[in-house]
Write a protein that binds this ligand. Structure first.
Ligand code: SAM
Ligand code: DTB
Ligand code: SF4
Length: 333
């Protein structure tokens, strides 16, 4: 088999995503990356990034909240948890036509992936029937599909796969050690089990976390090590900067040094060379210059559209202007 032919490339891709047990990255090794001088870390991240990706290309995903608020989980960061009074209204699930209209608009604006999010601990059987229709319809528009619906059982995972779902987003959120400070209503292993089901069903895994929740550098390193040691590691890794929402337990958390956010992106890039690292929540509060550093650090995907789930995201015009200023273009190949 010749280097360059399709099957050679696909075998090499498979090998690269797997990290044999002997090559597991330790929390200490990830921490050592965090502690490199900024310039050295950025240099390493850029070397790795350029090995596998066009550094001027960014993939655009648009989010839509298909079911908002009233969630039975107690995630300390989340404005949609029924445990917190944040003023987010509980809304019924969107109708199929509303979802299709939003996906058409996202495609028109230039997004190639449409991600449907629901404020559920897990979907009910009835919910699944509607979601499956939505996935089919969005796929029918020629967009990549992603969903984030909470925990899944085997049957639900298969239903999504059969409907043509490309990616399932389910975040580890933080390290196993820090997790209990943030969420008490489900445990870390539940999350790993859902990711394992998604992987076994043959869908792409999208999993990342949140920084700026008061975790230590070691705990931040613990999150990246967990993600990187998934076998294979996720194809898509969203790194969220905590959006502090009034009424949530984390509303008064101290701001993360923006350069530590950039470092987290760079470390994720080095630890997971072939993953799409997504510069996710928190961009609205970030300067263009910090976002530019995130792209230099190896971020190559963003949420694109004026809204995340319940909070804001930079306006499409601001993003277009930023990508223009940086000579970057949208794409996913
Ligand atoms: N309910 C499903 C679940 O938790 O798996 C799906 C939706 S949930 C809102 C998806 C992810 O959004 C969470 O795992 C978390 O990483 C992120 N998120 C939620 N609130 C956030 C906030 N205030 N700041 C940053 N990220 C947040
Ligand atoms: C992810 O990692 N970040 C997105 C998406 N996956 C679903 C969600 C961010 C939510 C930010 C808070 C909100 O808008 O409610
Ligand atoms: Fe519910 Fe997801 Fe928010 Fe947790 S992050 S409260 S599971 S919507």
């Amino acid at each position: 088999m010749m280097p360059g032919c399709t099957s050679y490339i696909s075998i090499m891709n498979t090998i690269a995503f797997h990290r044999p047990a002997a090559q597991r990255i330790t929390v200490g090794e990830v921490r050592a990356l965090f502690e490199l001088p900024f310039a050295d870390l950025m240099y390493r991240a850029q070397q790795v990034h350029r090995e596998y990706f066009d550094p001027n290309q960014v993939q655009l995903s648009t989010l839509l909240s298909i079911k908002t608020g009233g969630c039975s989980e107690d995630c300390g960061y989340c404005p949609q948890s029924a445990f917190h009074s944040t003023g987010v209204e509980n809304r019924r699930m969107l109708q199929l036509e509303e979802v299709v209209r939003a996906a058409q608009a996202a495609k028109q604006a230039g997004a190639d992936r449409f991600c449907m999010g629901a404020a559920w601990r897990e979907p009910s059987d009835e919910d699944m029937l509607s979601v499956v229709e939505m996935v089919r319809a969005v796929r029918g528009l020629g967009m990549e599909t992603c969903a984030t619906l909470g925990m899944l059982n085997d049957e639900q995972t298969l239903m999504l796969k059969n409907a043509g779902l490309d990616y399932y987003n389910h975040n580890l959120d933080t390290s196993p050690e820090f997790y209990g400070h943030i969420i008490s209503t489900r445990d870390y292993q539940d999350r790993l089990d859902t990711l394992e089901r998604v992987r076994r069903a043959g869908m792409h895994v999208c999993s990342g976390g949140i920084v700026g929740m008061g975790e230590s550098v070691a705990e931040r390193a613990g999150l990246i090590a967990q993600l990187a040691n998934l076998d294979p590691y996720p194809e898509s890794v969203p790194i969220n900067n905590l959006v502090k929402v009034e009424g949530t337990p984390l509303a008064d958390e101290e701001d993360l040094d923006p350069l530590d956010f950039v470092r987290t992106i760079a470390v994720a890039r080095v630890a997971m060379p072939k993953a799409r690292v997504r510069l996710s929540a928190g961009r609205q509060q970030m300067s263009d210059e910090i976002q530019a550093l995130c792209f230099l650090a190896g971020a190559n995907s963003i949420f694109y559209g004026d809204q995340l789930l319940t909070t804001g995201n930079p306006e499409v015009e601001r993003d277009r202007a930023l990508l223009d200023r940086l000579g970057m273009h949208a794409g996913k190949e």
